[in-house]
Design a protein around this ligand. Structure first.
Ligand SMILES: [Zn+2]
Length: 347
């Protein structure tokens, strides 16, 4: 009888309050420390308000050292050039993990502001962990592409970069809606192109593997620019089955930003002729059932008042002073985290 009552009580608990099984990630402590040692940050570069890759990890590495049980590094995978894709699992060790949030940025090589937001959120979360929530964060996914963009910046070269080492657009390399079916593909080919084959690249494989390791309540992939919180689908005009819940999530995130909030929208409805085939957004939701958003951080760094910069690819994606955009992005992610964790929003 007692066992029956206990079972009944457990069933009555909301599923979200149950403790999650830990992600099975290999301990990389020594390898990570060695990497930090071999890659000291070089703060001298033409965009001092942005972090180079080494600086991103130096900031988080300081937290790993200070609070080794709360901020734990892991390797999500390796790139074509065998560079490690570092991520961090951050939570308050004093509370069992009941919710998990995945955040990743730097999917596209020039969208540095997305990594600034991922870093900003990781640093905020390390300092103010939401009890019961585990944050899994990869500040820069496309390491090889990022390295090339950093080289351009240091050499003063203005080059457009988006893909990885093999110039594959990682955000078109996922299986769900990988092939275009819309009628508009015949007229607007450029909006319906995907990668050679689904999950053909090590960076997209890393995200897929991570998504399959456990339960997530929210996934946010960060891009630039536009000021949007996009929800699935991106590759299909129809509404997803969980449209009301996804809509409410995106609106809660947007509302958490306050002034100049990003606009919630289903990605495929950006324009009647537009689809994005094979996105991480559709894959994370369609394959793993994770409530997912794709955030277009900032509204570009170009301004008609600075005509000399209008041709700059770096500036197109990255505002001159990132701090305000980082704050907006952090507020958005914080609102999403509190929303899925069912915590009352902070004032
Ligand atoms: Zn992007």
């Amino acid at each position: 009888m007692l066992a029956f009552l206990i079972a009944l009580a457990l069933l009555a608990l909301p599923a979200s309050a149950q403790e999650l099984a830990p992600l099975e990630l290999r301990d990389v402590g020594a390898a990570y420390a060695r990497w930090l040692e071999q890659h000291p940050p070089d703060p001298d570069h033409p965009e001092p308000d942005y972090h180079l890759l080494e600086q991103v990890h130096a900031e988080l590495g300081a937290w790993v050292q200070r609070r080794p049980h709360a901020v734990v590094p892991f390797m999500a995978g390796r790139t074509h050039e065998s560079r490690p894709i570092w991520g961090y699992v951050i939570h308050d060790p004093g509370h069992p993990v009941t919710h998990r949030v995945l955040v990743f940025g730097g999917i596209h090589a020039l969208e540095w502001i997305s990594s600034e937001v991922a870093l900003g959120f990781a640093l905020w979360f390390a300092e103010h962990p939401v009890p019961g929530v585990e944050l899994v964060v990869i500040p820069v996914l496309n390491i090889d592409g990022r390295r090339l963009a950093e080289k351009d910046l240091l050499a003063g070269e203005n080059k457009f970069r988006r893909g990885n080492l093999h110039r594959v657009d990682l955000n078109r390399d996922f299986p769900v809606h990988h092939e275009a079916t819309s009628f508009w593909r015949h007229l607007f080919r450029v909006f319906h192109v995907s990668s050679p084959a689904p999950l053909s690249q090590p960076e997209s494989q890393a995200i897929d593997r991570l998504a399959g390791l456990g339960h997530y309540d929210l996934a946010a992939s960060l891009h630039s620019f536009g000021g949007f919180v996009y929800v699935p689908w991106s590759g299909n005009w129809s509404r997803p089955a969980d449209w009301p819940a996804l809509h409410d999530l995106a609106y809660a995130m947007s509302a958490g930003q306050g002034a100049y909030a990003y606009r919630p929208l289903q990605l495929s409805r950006w324009g009647f002729f537009f689809r994005a085939q094979g996105t991480e957004l559709d894959h994370l939701y369609g394959t793993y059932g994770i409530p997912s958003v794709l955030v277009e951080v900032s509204r570009s760094g170009l301004s008609p008042f600075r005509p000399r910069e209008l041709g700059s690819f770096f500036r197109r994606y990255n505002p001159r002073e990132p701090s305000r955009h980082v704050r907006e992005g952090v507020r958005l992610l914080r609102a999403g985290t509190l929303y899925v964790a069912q915590e009352p929003p902070e004032r």
